[in-house]
Design a binder for this molecule. Sequence first.
Ligand code: HEM
Length: 368
Amino acid sequence: MYARMRQEEVHRMMQRLARATKDSGMVDLSSAFFELTLSITMRMVAGKREHLSEDEKLEEAKKLREIIKASNLLNTNIPDYVPLLRWTGRRGKLLKVLEDLQSQREGFMQSLLEERRKILSEVGDLNQEETNIKCIIDVFLSLQQNEPEFYTDDMINGMVQMMIVGGSETTAILMEWVLSLLLNHPNVVKKAYQEIQNHIGGSNRLIDEFDLNHLPYLQAIIDETLRLYPSPAILSHHVASKDCTVGGYNIPRGTFLIVNLEAIQTDPKLWDEPTTFKPERFLNVEKKDFGFSYLPFGYGRRACPAEVLGMKVMGLAFGSLIQCFDWDRVSEKLLDMKLSEGGEFNMPRVTPLLAKCKIRPEMANHLF
Ligand code: HEM
């Protein structure tokens, strides 16, 4: 579902990068990736992308970005982990900030709901409209008509918040890590490019989502990045639903549990050369065979509901970036791969990601 829309948005990003690289040869990937993932999420959830147009003057666009950034920043509440701090004033201050943020988020999402409600009342069933497709809010609103006590505005508002806030920055940050690793490992880019060439052949068309199943090495690059740089790096907000034992420790029911994904996925007892970027380790294996050693989308009932979507967006974006551009670092030095220590839940890079790229001449006619 929404495959054509994802293709359009990736193509739009590629065209923007092509224009930027013609001017300066240098591109700001942090902005490009955030814009891509936000556009895709907004179109899918709310049926529009204009929040995210290049025209950053739009007040709403700025507001949405601020909400997403603040949500991810505030997701890690230190007093939840160090109960002693609950007795200090910090908790009270934080609660106030969270209340303000929540009221902004609710207001913003409610305006999206009202907008779709108005459109639906004007045009009727969007499925009949060839130019418009149903977005997720439309689906919720039509369910609301049959079960209003369950699909309340509050419930829909909460779901929409989770999708927009959870879906955009996480994927964008991961994309920054994928490209950072690629810039530091040009031999990996070469192999991925060869794989794309072998499958598609020549320059007659751009890669699409149907190609992804035939590109295992590209897929392995993304899997290996998710191992080394999981975003989020910790799974928090879990509570033991019954008494249990973990690693020999007795955990009473109700205990707040934190899973340190980064530590598990780079544990030398579980992984060979744990900190080395080796996409090959994901070739010819079933990911489920790694069991609890590899959980970049969480596990069980509260696992990420959008794993397939996230993997498709990243696969399509990186397949296209490798197919159409030659990549290089801005300096000879390897990129700094340190995680941000700013306490951010999603573990972004310390510095924004800049790179040099050149359009592969044979692909230029697809981008201009
Ligand atoms: C490659 C990109 C993504 C990664 C690596 C990722 C990873 C995760 C992880 C680790 C969790 C927490 C699981 C847990 O605590 O056990 C999660 C939850 C969630 N993710 Fe994603 N995610 C990605 C993309 C997305 C997208 C695109 C969306 C929506 C459009 C999304 C929506 C959600 C939601 C709604 C939850 C909360 C689920 C719940 O609490 O029941 N994610 N994600």
